[in-house]
Design a protein around this ligand. Structure first.
Ligand code: SF4
Length: 436
């Protein structure tokens, strides 16, 4: 979401005559887009914003804006702590950034724009393709979340769920595809709730929206993220059977394998229900790649609860997992819970989880060896060894040698030869080489 918000702010400023600069020292304005989902990210943001004080002293006309969740959450507190910041704006205010710049330039006084309106609507917006990879883009379909998982600050920083108008989403997708984009990822905090805030007569469910986006002529690949398992419907599973361009990857955050911990987290599903969702997805799409998010050391998590997470991981066999140790994030409700797991224990559990996940990822990658996959090219491999790099439908990175020259978004068929730590190695499909 933050990446997409940064793209939107950049485009709005460019439309108002600003140019992107790579040189911090000579820039006329600096925008820091922040994330507060983990304590570490917030500390890093504060440290970077603090380091800008010097620049402001050297150039008092410099405009410093801080956007994102830390800005939303801290507001006035940030202004007191970082008086050199000119604009503090929350996620709902990013569309007003050019006006806020103008206001600061005219009035020379700081602005805090963090109001969250229940009547907020995501404006119509046709993105430019000036920056970033030319073949793939994110499209925001909703903002905010109503779920109040007890560890999470998103409902406080991004507000309540607001679904974007279906016609705006489709217009943006058509515009992108007509401009050469081949892969779209639909974005929302919980895409499965899409439409729930819309009047009954106008409501479109997420699976219906997915089908309409998938039908846009010329769209080669479609992805989405993120889904709360409690809202994953059979209608969404059926999309994996019916839509040829829907990629075979599902990020399904489980967070814990213990029902007691899931209850304390207010996730509103049980391990048994989650496993039924996994089975349903695998039935609809046997080839589906599953990834997840895990928190270890949640308040009250016992050794047996942690073992339950390890057991679940063995059963599901995720292709990869984002895993973190629990840290309290005010004003999330879990800040009031007694933090019963020591930091050493959290570190140890995280290491155990990550080591085993690494092994499972290696084993899963090994299962791809010998298979022929269609890869969408992203460019030359970052390893600098003359290989091409792309992604499979499962969202796995695949590197391979080829005498051909490709553009980002081109498709190639390759045969997997090796599973590496974070990617697959492949060779050009033999049939293809024979026919060329
Ligand atoms: S569903 Fe996701 S975004 Fe919403 S409160 Fe829970 S963890 Fe946060």
């Amino acid at each position: 979401m933050n990446t997409r918000d940064s793209e939107i702010m950049l485009q709005l400023l460019e439309q108002n005559g600003y140019l992107l600069s790579n040189d911090l020292a000579s820039a006329e304005a600096v925008i820091v887009n922040t994330c507060s989902i983990r304590g570490k990210a917030e500390q890093k943001a504060y440290s970077f914003i603090g380091s800008l004080r010097r620049l402001k002293e050297d150039n008092p006309d410099l405009i410093i804006a801080v956007a994102g969740c830390v800005a939303q959450q801290e507001g006035q507190k940030m202004k007191v702590r970082m008086p050199h910041v000119d604009i503090i704006l929350g996620p709902q205010s990013i569309y007003q950034l050019p006006d806020l710049f103008q206001q600061v330039a005219n009035e020379r006084k700081g602005i805090i724009s963090t109001t969250q309106s229940k009547d907020f609507t995501i404006p119509s917006f046709l993105p430019s393709l000036k920056h970033g990879l030319p073949h793939k883009r994110f499209v925001t379909i909703m903002q905010g979340c109503n779920n109040y998982c007890t560890y999470c600050i998103v409902p406080y920083t991004r507000g309540q769920e607001v679904s974007r108008r279906r016609s705006d989403i489709l217009a943006e997708v058509r515009h992108l595809v007509a401009s050469g984009v081949r892969e779209i990822t639909l974005l929302g905090q919980n895409v499965n709730s899409y439409g729930n805030d819309q009047p009954q007569e106008e409501r479109t469910s997420f699976p219906e929206l997915l089908r309409q986006v998938a039908a846009v002529p010329g769209l080669v690949r479609l992805r989405f993220t993120t889904s709360n398992p409690k809202d994953l419907s059979p209608a969404l599973m059926a999309c994996f059977q019916d839509l040829d361009n829907l990629c075979h990857h599902f990020h399904l955050p489980v967070q814990s394998g213990s029902n007691a911990v899931l209850r304390a987290m207010n996730r509103r599903y049980t391990v048994e229900e989650y496993m039924a969702q996994v089975a349903g997805l695998r039935q609809a799409c046997p080839d589906i790649s599953l990834t997840t998010d895990i928190i270890v050391g949640f308040p009250g998590e016992t050794a047996a609860d942690f073992q339950a997470t390890m057991d679940l991981m063995e059963k599901v066999r995720y292709d990869s997992a984002f895993s973190f140790k629990y840290s309290s994030r005010p004003p999330a409700k879990s800040c009031d819970f007694e933090d019963t797991v020591s930091d050493e224990e959290k570190v140890e559990r995280l290491a155990i989880f990550q080591n085993r996940q690494r092994e499972i990822t290696g084993e899963r990658y090994q299962e791809f060896v010998g298979r022929t996959l269609e890869v969408m090219i992203e460019g030359m491999s970052k390893m600098g060894n003359g290989q091409w790099s792309g992604r499979s439908s499962h969202n796995l990175i695949v590197n391979f040698h080829s005498p051909a020259s490709y553009s980002p978004g081109d498709l190639e068929h390759v045969t997997i030869t090796e599973g590496c730590l974070n990617s697959l190695r492949a060779e050009l499909n033999k049939e293809k080489v024979k026919n060329d």
